[in-house]
Design a protein around this ligand. Structure first.
Ligand code: NAI
Length: 477
């Protein structure tokens, strides 16, 4: 069997396979889904284009999807987030580096923006001129390529690149232009084949709701992020683990005693603030939402405006999903050797383009994904992963156990959309609560947690079923 793929080095496959084997042990949800659905093959016929950080944990997801009958093509959703050994192991599969027998992966650590968008196009371009029939997205780039491609195809042209476009958007426009020159109907064909998308993260979900509200969503979508067992676990406890991991691997600076500013106190910000405080940092939170600001204050964190604390803090972390949260002006006022990093999905939370334009600034690579930016004054700041999400750029993302929760939701959402065509309109849905509870249930045993069972009488008293769901839709956890 020969197939196309592009990864850094297939000789890393054995190392990747060992890590995948250990990850499987820590991903009880995915392994239970393989057990439950391995025989019935609910994803048979599904051709899934996956755009999600190509890590060891994602390898376990990919091999779960194929174990359930799907065909898969995969790219990473960030230029720095691939673990090359995981990508190699997925390509090799049960074969050898000389005769790979796994899944086509197009991802390596340190892609250029051009390479990134080429890889995204690769997962939407299947052999024999075919396309995928499902998308599994993280951040919405694959979904955006299909939607913008179709929109610009209908308009008869890709709008010219302007000064206002970010570098990335310029690269994206060039890619769409190239694809339409090769096949003027490419994106109509691709979009018509797609039965649905399941979206992993807050930022991607935000994009989907915008498309749906404008009436432009081309296929049904499941918002995986807002399963409770995703956002209240991965975003919070995952970042609580991987923020510190990224900071340590990048800088090895002692966090205890430092002043750390966390911009944004949503799910990600809550996890980040907790872990920095756990290390002994004094944490300051910035927020625009009074509810989240009050939550931060009740947890004992100082809530301040960035302007008022920018020259006194040692570590700055953005977690907002917003843009220009830390500007070039802010960075010029920071203490010498302050650390600046983003853990939100896109790289525009920190104004990296503005930083590069500060007169007299110089940039020194300390090591890959760690740069010292020195101002004319001689003072410098340390920026991680060029402003891209640092827990995947400087470390290896969230640990397996928490990703097992997220990816069990992803797998269930793929089964839901694939096996029930016609039941979903071109809108954004969340998984029903009983499936959310199922994902949690699949992870209790591994932690030795013993659930209390309601008696019939107690269930009646509460007005719920003994088997759940236990909470009304409006309950917030
Ligand atoms: P969220 O919506 O729960 O939290 C974001 C918070 O930032 C909100 O409370 C909002 O009020 C606040 N905010 C917005 N603009 C602000 C500003 N200018 N200044 C201060 N605060 C501001 O979103 P969530 O789930 O915490 O996700 C945040 C970002 O992290 C998203 O881009 C998401 O996609 C990404 N993400 C990254 C992960 C990773 O592993 N690196 C994991 C999960 C999510």
């Amino acid at each position: 069997m020969s197939f196309d793929y592009k990864v850094a080095d297939l000789s890393l496959a054995e190392a990747g396979r060992h890590q995948i084997r250990l990850a499987e042990h820590e991903m009880p949800g995915l392994m239970a889904l393989r057990e439950e659905f391995g025989e019935s093959q609910p994803l048979k016929g599904a051709k899934i284009a996956g755009s999600l950080h190509m890590t060891v944990q994602t390898a376990v997801l990919i091999e779960t999807l194929t174990a359930l009958g799907a065909e898969v093509r995969w790219a990473s959703c960030n230029i720095y987030s691939t673990q090359d050994e995981a990508a190699a192991a997925v390509v090799v599969g049960t074969g050898t580096p000389e005769a790979p027998a796994g899944v086509p992966v197009f991802a390596w650590k340190g892609e250029t923006l051009e390479e990134y968008w080429d890889c995204t196009e690769q997962i939407l371009t299947w052999p024999n001129g075919d396309g995928p029939n499902m998308i599994l997205d993280d951040g919405g780039d694959a979904t955006m390529l299909v939607h913008k491609g179709r929109e610009w195809e209908a308009a008869g042209q890709v709008p010219p690149t302007t000064e206002e476009d970010s570098e990335e958007f310029g690269v994206f426009k060039s890619l769409v232009r190239r694809t339409l020159e090769a096949d003027a109907k490419k994106w109509t064909k691709v979009s018509e084949g797609i039965k649905g998308v399941t979206e992993e993260t807050t930022t991607g979900v935000h994009r989907l709701y915008q498309l749906a509200e404008a009436g432009n969503l081309l296929f049904p979508a499941i918002n995986v992020n807002d399963s409770v067992t995703k956002s209240k676990f991965d975003n919070k406890y995952g970042c609580r683990h991987s923020l510190i991991d990224g900071l340590n691997r990048a800088t090895d600076v002692l966090i205890g005693g430092k002043v750390a500013v966390v911009c944004g106190y949503g799910d990600v910000g809550k996890g980040c603030a907790q872990s920095l405080a756990g290390q002994g940092a004094r944490v300051i939170v910035t927020e625009v939402d009074p509810i989240c600001a009050l939550q931060a204050a009740m947890e004992g964190f100082q809530v301040a405006r960035l302007e008022d604390v920018v020259d006194t803090a040692d570590i700055f972390i953005t977690t907002t999903g917003c843009y220009d949260v830390i500007t070039a002006e802010h960075m010029q006022q920071m203490k010498n050797k302050a650390i600046v990093a983003n853990i939100g999905h896109f790289d525009n939370e920190i104004d990296m383009a503005g930083l590069a334009k500060v007169p007299g600034i110089t940039k020194t690579q300390i090591k890959p994904q760690v740069h010292e930016w020195t101002f004319e004054s001689g003072s410098s700041i340390i920026v991680l992963s060029e402003g891209r999400l640092m827990n995947l750029g400087n470390a290896t993302g969230h640990p397996s156990f928490v990703m097992s929760n997220s990816f069990s939701n992803q797998t269930i959402a793929q089964i839901e959309l694939w096996t029930k065509p016609g039941e979903y309109e071109n809108k954004v849905y969340v998984l029903p609560k009983h499936l959310d509870e199922k994902v949690a249930r699949l992870h209790l045993d591994a932690l030795g947690a013993k659930l209390t069972e309601l008696t019939k009488g107690q269930a009646e008293y509460l007005g719920v079923d003994v088997a759940g769901p236990y909470k009304p839709e409006h309950y917030r956890y």
